[in-house]
Design a binder for this molecule. Structure first.
Ligand code: SIN
Ligand code: FE2
Length: 217
């Protein structure tokens, strides 16, 4: 098998795609800022290290994560919630860099959600073989705000389902620099990420980084 190609100039540019009303894929929207975003992720992770959270059911998540912004998403045996303080350190989460906030606002606007002001950014790190099972993002106070998700590094097969867990699931390739936005009628759709396939990306090595921006409070 040949290694997957990244940023292959021979590939035609991919057009923005409406998966369904409320859900948009913006191919390459973050591509030019990717290196800067990854530098910021590294700085954040020195202050709030990546960790494998425990689900309320007692399972260790295969995805490692941290947060920046006023609020961070955490999980433990007592449940899922947003917290202003990193439970590992007792300190507030690192500030959300201006370049994160600007990108999230611009992507949301491009997808039809003007005025998005995220107060939380979850930073997920997928090693080879990591996956995220189907779930809804529903811990935010006001579900009128969209979710903005930025993919960096190795490509992922994103699972896009429906309003019910049992709905048919589509597989969407999310490549380095792609941004996906969902809200409105698609806000509570189930989604997840298939087991990360082996690879080595020039900027991230053998992993994928995902940033998800939310307005949690
Ligand atoms: C998430 O659902 O929170 C993350 C999605 C992704 O990694 O693309
Ligand atoms: Fe999610």
């Amino acid at each position: 098998m040949t290694a997957p190609l990244f940023d292959d100039p021979a590939q035609p540019p991919r057009a923005p795609q409406e998966l369904e009303p409320g859900a948009m894929v913006l191919p390459g929207f973050a591509h030019d800022q990717a290196a800067l975003l990854l530098q910021a992720v590294a700085a954040i992770a020195t202050r709030a290290p990546m960790r494998h959270l425990i689900t309320p059911g007692g399972l260790r998540m295969s995805v490692a994560m941290t947060n920046c912004g006023n609020l961070g998403w955490v999980s433990d045996r007592t449940g899922y919630r947003y917290a202003a303080v990193d439970p590992e350190s007792g300190h507030p989460w690192p500030l959300m860099p201006a370049c994160f906030e600007d990108l999230a606002r611009e992507a949301a606007a491009a997808a039809g959600y003007p005025g998005f002001t995220p107060d939380a950014c979850l930073i997920n790190r997928y090693a080879i073989g990591s996956r995220l099972s189907l779930h809804q993002d529903r811990d935010e106070r006001d579900l009128a705000h969209p979710i903005v998700s930025v993919s960096l590094g190795l490509p992922a097969s994103f699972l896009w389902g429906g309003r019910q867990r049992t709905a048919k699931v589509r597989r969407v390739a999310l490549l380095h620099g792609d941004v996906m936005v969902w809200g409105g009628p698609a806000r509570l759709h189930f989604h997840g990420v298939q087991r990360l396939a082996r690879g080595n990306h020039p900027l991230t090595g053998p992993c994928r980084i995902n940033l998800t921006f939310r307005k949690a409070d």
